[in-house]
Design a protein around this ligand. Structure first.
Ligand SMILES: [Zn+2]
Length: 424
């Protein structure tokens, strides 16, 4: 009797397994792509079929047979391309029209509130076609790690997140504190001036889920030296993490480039010599090239916004001419009228258009280069067999008209359709 019972249960278990595995196999999607862009080469293939099984791309080609039972998504009138990247996001930070001041915004909002902001911005990024973002800090006490976990566990929608945790900086970080209230610099910034403090800051970040180390090099009159940066880069490297360096000054950017960071953020005052040094040392520039409109949301007046923007455009032109590797990053942390975080982030392509950068290079900056900087190039950033199915579609070919990226009509992340517009 017992044996029979056991046998019955085992058979039942096997049946359940078969049903589950057939359900898993049933998750096959065939995408008909009218045009398929390869941003790495800047080329287009026509009438391609992409087979997506579970989360990954199983095959791509012109004559691929569509398996029986596959769900067919017809994008034959659209252009299909890999999902976009923003390498400089602040998912859990948002200044508003009522208060553009970062310090008071940061200290008023709890980590929990910041995480809720992140839920909103992550969804908005994904909706606009950004399937991967690097979050470079300013998330109170690791709200970014919680947000990343929630996305990875399917609790909330969002892009793949490579997060920095707490920003490591010389005393004061990006604030100007009062001597009586030094503690207000924390948790937003992890002050680290000595080597022991740097070591502790890096290790604590990694322990609490950081996947990249973010440092502020030069927002105070004392800045991280080349040796400081080399020390940080080496300690991060030992744990397999790269370093992103916020640089406002020429000297800060030079120190970062010599110190071996993976990327210089902003770098808007970099001279040609500093850009050449970055190029020589394979440092990627994440330029955060503000549009005039975006600069206005920093609380700058019209003339200053224009000057700020022009400085970025001038450096963007020079960086392109010199041939520094660039990756797209926006530094959007503000509420902007009529924009979601996603539409705001995509609006920065206007700066690339203004700087005269060809569409094929802008697209590479938004995909291929970004994937390499984030170290995910073997998983994301192109539509090839074995890659995660991070796929978007636009009405026009972005190689002909980059502005079409503002009208993303279809978004798939990890093989799941996130958005599919009726206008396909
Ligand atoms: Zn930033």
């Amino acid at each position: 009797m017992r044996t029979a019972n056991l046998l019955c249960r085992s058979i039942g278990f096997v049946v359940i397994l078969i049903v589950l595995s057939s359900l898993a196999h049933a998750q096959v999607i065939a995408i008909k792509a009218g045009k398929l862009v390869d941003p790495e080469t800047g080329t287009v293939a026509t009438n391609q079929i992409i087979i997506v099984e579970n989360s990954k791309i199983k095959s791509v080609g012109p004559g691929t047979a569509i398996p029986a039972g596959a769900t067919v998504i017809d994008l034959s009138r659209s252009t299909v391309l890999p999902g976009l990247f923003d390498c400089h996001s602040h998912l859990c930070q948002m200044t508003t029209a009522e208060n553009r001041d970062l310090f008071t915004t940061d200290i008023k909002q709890s980590t929990a509130y910041r995480a809720i902001i992140g839920v909103k911005t992550a969804r908005e990024y994904l909706d606009s076609g950004f399937t991967t973002v690097r979050d470079v800090g300013n998330n109170a006490l690791y709200a970014d790690t919680s947000l990343r976990n929630a996305v990875e566990n399917g609790i909330v929608p969002g892009p793949t997140i490579v997060n920095a945790g707490r920003i490591i900086a010389p005393f004061g970080g990006q604030y100007y504190l009062r001597p009586e209230r030094v503690e207000l610099g924390s948790p937003e910034y992890f002050f680290a001036d000595t080597r022991d403090e740097m070591l502790k800051a890096i290790r604590e970040n990694i322990h609490f889920g950081s996947l990249v180390i973010k440092i502020v090099v030069d927002d105070q009159r004392y800045i991280y030296s080349v040796d400081d940066i080399k020390f940080i880069v080496e300690e991060a490297r030992r744990a397999g993490l790269k370093v992103a360096a916020h640089c406002m000054t020429e000297q800060g950017a030079r120190n970062a480039a010599e110190g071996g960071v993976a990327s210089i953020e902003h770098g808007f005052r970099m001279s040609d010599e500093a850009l050449q040094l970055a190029k020589k040392n394979n440092v990627v520039l994440v330029g955060t090239d503000f549009t005039v409109e975006a600069a206005g949301y920093l609380g700058l007046d019209a003339a200053t916004s224009k000057y700020f923007h022009d400085t970025f455009i001038d450096r963007l032109k020079r960086a392109y001419r010199i041939g520094v590797t660039m990756a797209y990053g926006t530094d959007t942390f503000f509420e902007a009228a009529g924009h979601t975080r996603g539409t705001l982030a995509i609006s920065y392509i206007d700066s690339f258009v203004e700087a005269g950068i060809p569409a094929k290079d802008t697209l590479k900056i938004m995909t291929t280069n970004a994937a390499q900087l984030l170290g995910v190039e073997k998983q994301r950033g192109s539509i090839k067999t074995g890659m995660f199915a991070d796929i978007i579609a636009t009405p026009e070919n972005p190689l002909d008209n980059i502005q079409t990226l503002k009208r993303v009509s279809f978004v798939m992340k990890n093989g799941k359709v996130v958005r599919s517009s009726a206008t396909l």
